[in-house]
Design a protein around this ligand. Structure first.
Ligand code: TMP
Length: 214
C-alpha cells in the first residue's frame, strides 16, 4: 500500500485483572472470535512482548528478585516503551488489531494500588512513554479475591506478585475498579466470577461494538 493510501489505524485492546482472574482462557476466546471475524490481530503481553520485555518479565516475576518500588515501576515502563516502539505502534499503524495481556492499568493497580507508588509518578511515566497512546477498549476481569485465589491454587510455584498477601491483592482490585469508574468509555468491567460462557457472551458484545465503530 502506498503512503497516500494509509491503512486505517487498528484497534488496541487490553486485558486486565487481579492474578487468577482467568485472562488466559478469555484470550483464547478473543483469538478465535477475531479470526472468525477476519480481523488480523497481534497478541502480546506485558511485561514482555519483546526480547527485552521478556527479560524484564523474568526479573519482575522471579520470587528472589530484590527491587525497590521505584525500580519496579521504571522496569515496567522500560519494557512498555520497547513494546510500544517495536510491536504496538507498528501493528496499529499497519491497521492490525493488537490485544495485550496487561498494559499500563496494571502499573496503576499493582505498583500504585498494591505497593503505594504515587499515582502522579506513574502518570508522569505514562505521559512520557505513551505520548497519548491509550487502549480503545480495556476488558477488566473483576472477581473477589477468594475466587481468584482458588483458581490459582495448583502445583506451579507462585510468582513474586502472586505471593503477596491478600490485602495487597485487595488494593490492586480496588485500584482497578477506581480506574474503571473514572474512564467508563474505555473500560468494560466483566464479572469474572460467573461461568465462562456468560463472560464470553459479554466479551463478544464488546468486540462486536468495537468492530462496528468503523
Ligand atoms: P500475568 O501477565 O501472568 O498476569 O502476570 C504478570 C504479573 O506482573 C502480574 O502479577 C501483574 C504484574 N505487573 C505489574 O506489577 N506491573 C505491570 O505494569 C504489569 C504489566 C504487570
Amino acid at each position: 500500500m502506498s503512503s497516500a493510501q494509509q491503512a486505517p489505524r487498528g484497534r488496541f485492546i487490553t486485558l486486565e485483572g487481579i492474578d487468577g482472574a482467568g485472562k488466559s482462557t478469555h484470550l483464547a476466546f478473543i483469538h478465535d472470535w477475531l479470526s472468525r471475524h477476519d480481523v488480523d490481530a497481534v497478541f502480546t503481553r506485558e511485561p514482555g512482548g519483546t526480547p527485552l520485555g521478556e527479560q524484564v518479565r523474568a526479573l519482575l516475576l522471579a520470587p528472589q528478585t530484590q527491587v525497590s518500588l521505584d525500580a519496579e515501576t521504571l522496569l515496567a515502563f522500560a519494557s512498555r516503551q520497547q513494546h510500544i516502539a517495536d510491536v504496538i505502534e507498528p501493528a496499529l499503524s499497519q491497521g492490525r488489531w493488537l490485544v495485550s495481556d496487561r498494559f499500563t492499568d496494571s502499573t496503576y493497580a499493582f505498583q500504585g494500588g498494591g505497593r503505594g507508588v504515587p499515582f502522579e509518578r506513574i502518570r508522569a511515566l505514562e505521559d512520557w512513554v505513551q505520548r497519548g497512546l491509550q487502549p480503545d477498549l480495556t476488558l477488566l476481569f473483576d472477581l473477589p479475591l477468594e475466587v481468584a485465589a482458588g483458581r490459582m491454587s495448583g502445583t506451579r510455584q507462585l510468582d513474586r506478585f502472586e505471593q503477596e498477601a491478600a490485602d495487597f491483592h485487595q488494593r490492586v482490585r480496588e485500584a482497578y475498579l477506581k480506574r474503571a469508574a473514572a474512564e467508563p468509555g474505555r473500560f468494560a468491567v466483566l464479572d469474572a466470577s460467573r461461568g465462562i460462557a456468560d463472560i464470553q457472551v459479554d466479551i463478544a458484545g464488546h468486540l462486536q461494538t468495537l468492530l462496528e465503530r468503523g
